[in-house]
Write a protein of this length. Sequence first.
Length: 136
Amino acid sequence: MCVYTHAHAARGDIESDTTGLQVAGADKVGHAVAYGLITMSFLLAVRWPVSRRLWGIIILAVASIGAADELTQPFAKPDCSGWDWTADLIGITLACSILPIGSMAIAHCRRSSQERAVKRSDGLYSRKSYGQTVPR
């Protein structure tokens, strides 16, 4: 992310374009999406369930990358903004909220499908009751 924003700004590729459609806050949405995806990439790369310590390390690492990106932007272009970093933090927070919910939903679907697909001794499938063992 840092290389992308700094390299294009140093070459002069990123300029304020007043001819196209300008949407207020589109830059902030881009920051939130980008840093949310970076956070999800880190979280998907580790084994689940993730410990609280590892959650904290990942959040601090991605937030530090965002802060470093904003703090070094004045060297390439005069566009450093605390609001951009706030948008980065919002993206990180959303990723940390969405990913565990999806993980729990997937685990629930797997668990319920395993409970439904227990083969009985007569060749039919039956539901597995909690606390009962099913002969194989």
